[in-house]
Every structure is written in C-alpha cells, then in structure tokens.
Design a protein around this ligand. Structure first.
Ligand code: NAD
Length: 264
C-alpha cells in the first residue's frame, strides 16, 4: 500500500473505544499506510480496543497504565523486540477526578492535582524519553491538548493547568530531541463527545457553544483531528516542531460570541 505514512511504524496510546480521538487518528494513519501498535488501559477497555486494532490489521496490542511505569517499559521493550525501531508515537491520554472538573479550580485537591499532572502531562515526557531511544532515524511525536490551557474554560479547572504544562513540555521536548531529527508537536482539538470529554461538567453546553460560535459553525470530529495528524506525523511537516496546532473549527481566534443581529 502506498500513502503518506507508508513504511512508517508507530505506537498509539489512548484508544478507549470508537469515539476516541486516538481512534480517528489511527484510522487516518492506517489509511495512509502506517503500521500501528496500540496500548489499552485495563482489560475492560482491552476488549473494546482489540476488535478495533484488528480492523486496522494490527495484532500488536499491549496493556499499559501510565501510572505503572513498569507497564510503559514493557510496551517499549516489546516494540523493540518486534520492530527494532519506531517512527512515531501518539499520546492521547488524559485523566482527572470528575468531581474536580466542576466548581472552582481553587478547590482542586493536592492528590488530584498530582495525579492529573502525572497521567495527563508527565506521562508524555516519560514515554517520549523511551520512544526517542528507538527513533534511530528521526521521528515524530504527538500529544493532544485543549484550549483550556491558555484561556479559562468553565469546569476544565485542573485539566487546563495540566494541559498548559503539557504544551510547555512539547516545546522543551522539541528542543531536546530536535538535534536528533525527532519532532514533537501537539494538536489542540475543539470539544468532542468522548468518554474523557463527558467527564467535564456541562460538556453538552460547551459543545453547543462551540458549534454556535466557532467560525466554521460546527464542532470538530475525530476524523478532522485524524486528518490533521497526518500532516504533523508525516514528512509533510518535516520542518515543524514544538507547535501547538489548533483543530477547533477556528474557535480559538474568537473573542465575543457571534451576535447574528450585528451581521445585518
Ligand atoms: P477518551 O476517553 O476516548 O481517551 C482518553 C484515554 O486516556 C483513554 O483511552 C484512557 O484509557 C486513557 N487513560 C486515562 N488514564 C490513563 C492511564 N492512567 N494510563 C493509560 N491510559 C490512560 O477521550 P479523548 O477525548 O479521545 O481523549 C484523548 C486526549 O484528547 C486526551 O488527552 C484529552 O484531554 C484530549 N482532548 C480531548 C478533547 C475532547 O473534547 N474530547 C479535546 C481536546 C483534547
């Protein structure tokens, strides 16, 4: 098969089901010829991810909970044995206690702050460090973020702080690994109805607000995100690193809500 990603092998972390952003990304990468390995968090999700991986002809499916560093090491070791080298990774992992994805940010607990940071931010650095060792001929790394990192979004709270740190780590990792030909970027996706998205209080209102006020007057889909990752993960973006690329129907450029009356 020939395509933008032909001959490239990569690891996808963060497919929970067919609504996951990572699944939209996987479908786009596979369509363009990439060979994929998947991780899943726990056996319950594994049952959902296995048939999805099979749809894309992947039998490389490994359990991984990023809170358990040994499971991350096992994933990397298995890939090293099977593939030897690695061309790209996709980190689409985020978690925070949903009881703290509502109300005031100021009420965030120390325990949930640390856990949110480790899972949603630092895991990218830990995985990047290990994956970089396998990117002997350069490579590309991608994580997923949200505009709540740079502007206050209701209820996003500690996740916004974690995403800000994640975006900063994209820049630091890009600087660390640039000399080795490894590019590190993030996609900042608009709100999408997923398992993780549903954990944020008033998610529905957020979706409808974006739909009404984004320049494209619609929310984005996992396919929109998947198609944009093709650019960042393929050689089309060979000169791009340390970027936060918005795929949000243009919502990030808006200031006041659209007032249709002002248009006439
Ligand atoms: P999702 O629920 O489908 O995916 C989140 C994934 O994180 C799941 O696969 C889950 O298993 C994994 N995960 C959570 N804790 C983990 C742990 N300890 N170890 C390993 N994996 C763990 O939801 P999604 O919306 O597709 O989320 C993917 C990424 O996209 C997240 O980083 C999220 O913050 C980001 N994002 C989502 C939206 C949105 O509106 N849905 C918008 C912008 C960015």
């Amino acid at each position: 098969m020939t395509g933008l990603m032909s001959g490239k092998r990569g690891l996808i972390m963060g497919v929970a089901n067919s609504h996951s952003i990572a699944w939209g990304i996987s479908q786009a990468l596979s369509r363009e010829g990439a060979e994929l390995a998947f991780t899943y968090q726990g056996e319950a999700l594994g049952k959902r991810v296995k048939p999805l991986a099979a749809q894309l002809n992947s039998d490389l499916l490994l359990p991984c909970d990023v809170e358990d560093l040994a499971s991350v090491d096992t994933v990397i070791e298995t890939l090293r044995e099977r593939w030897g080298s690695l061309d790209f990774i996709v980190h689409a992992i985020g978690f925070s206690d949903k009881n703290e994805l509502k109300g005031l940010y100021a009420d965030t607990s120390r325990d949930n702050f640390s856990r949110t940071m480790v899972i949603s931010c630092f895991s990218f650095t830990e995985i990047a460090r290990r994956a970089a060792e396998m990117m002997t001929d350069g490579g590309s790394m991608l994580t997923l973020t949200y505009g709540g990192s740079v502007r206050v979004m209701p209820n996003y709270n500690v996740m916004g702080v974690a995403k800000a740190a994640l975006e900063a780590s994209v820049r630091y990792l890009a600087a660390d690994y640039g000399p080795r030909g490894i590019r590190v970027n993030a996609i900042s996706a608009g709100p999408i109805r997923t398992l993780a998205g549903a954990g944020i209080s008033d998610a529905r209102a957020m979706l409808s607000w974006n739909q009404k006020n984004a320049p494209l007057r619609r929310t984005v889909t996992i396919d929109d995100v998947g198609n944009s990752t093709l650019y960042l993960l393929s050689d089309l973006a060979s000169g791009v690193t340390g970027e936060i690329h918005y795929v949000d129907s243009g919502y990030n450029i808006t200031s006041m809500p659209v007032l249709e009356t002002l248009r006439n």
